[in-house]
Design a protein around this ligand. Structure first.
Ligand code: 5GP
Length: 201
């Protein structure tokens, strides 16, 4: 019997491939949903409001902080990002798994509240590859790329506080590893309690 949904928290420096990875997981894995965060960052050309993020103004974000609407929030790359408490209903009320893709500050806040969550860190194979990916993505200015690389160097040291580490060298391999973690966590006691009447457990 599934007791309640599992909270999977994925952190990675910008450009490590976490967006592609998490989207592939929710497309290929049943019963796991992607948490849509709120952000004050402007949308990129291919991003859709309500699908990639809820894009809101700084004033609205501050209002939501004051109303206690976020389970966690952080300032990243000069923008605010946060997870609304209602996103957690999927885990608490619907007993489904939720995948959160958030930065290390947000993960630290959640770890205090959700000790039973599963915390996964995605590393790039090297800083050179990370820089190459950020440039090829073409989403950020030179200044933006510099900020993201600097933040990445700081964030990478936090990998030790996570339960699992995936090195995203090959996306298919990384997807397989993340899927394996999800399947393993679903079998872990007390995430799962067997109900086998004839065994009198
Ligand atoms: P990006 O601007 O590249 O989409 O995201 C920048 C950073 O913000 C990434 O590390 C991403 O994981 C993080 N982020 C996205 N949503 C949230 C959130 O709801 N809370 C926190 N703390 N970080 C988030």
């Amino acid at each position: 019997m599934k007791v309640k949904g599992i909270l999977f928290v994925v952190s990675a420096p910008s450009g490590a491939g976490k967006t592609t990875l998490s989207r592939k997981i929710t497309e290929n894995c049943n019963n796991i949903f992607l948490s849509i965060s709120h952000t004050t960052r402007p949308p990129r050309v291919d991003e859709i409001d309500g699908d990639h993020y809820h894009f809101i103004s700084k004033d609205k974000f501050k209002e939501m902080i004051e109303s206690g609407d976020f389970i966690e929030w952080a300032e990243v790359h000069n923008n605010y990002y946060g997870t609304s408490i209602s996103n957690l209903d999927i885990v608490e009320k619907k007993k489904k798994d939720l995948l959160l893709v958030i930065d290390v500050q947000g993960a630290e806040q959640l770890r205090k509240k959700y000790k039973n969550g599963c915390y996964i860190f995605i590393l790039p194979p090297s800083m050179n590859v990370l820089e190459k990916r950020l440039r090829e993505r073409g989403a950020d200015s030179e200044e933006g790329i510099k900020i993201r690389l600097k933040t990445a160097e700081e964030e990478i040291h936090h990998y030790r506080t996570y339960d699992y580490i995936i090195i995203n060298d090959d996306i298919d391999e990384a997807v397989n590893q993340l899927k394996s973690i999800i399947f393993a966590e679903r079998c872990r006691y007390p995430n799962f309690i067997p109900e086998l009447p004839d065994l009198k457990l």
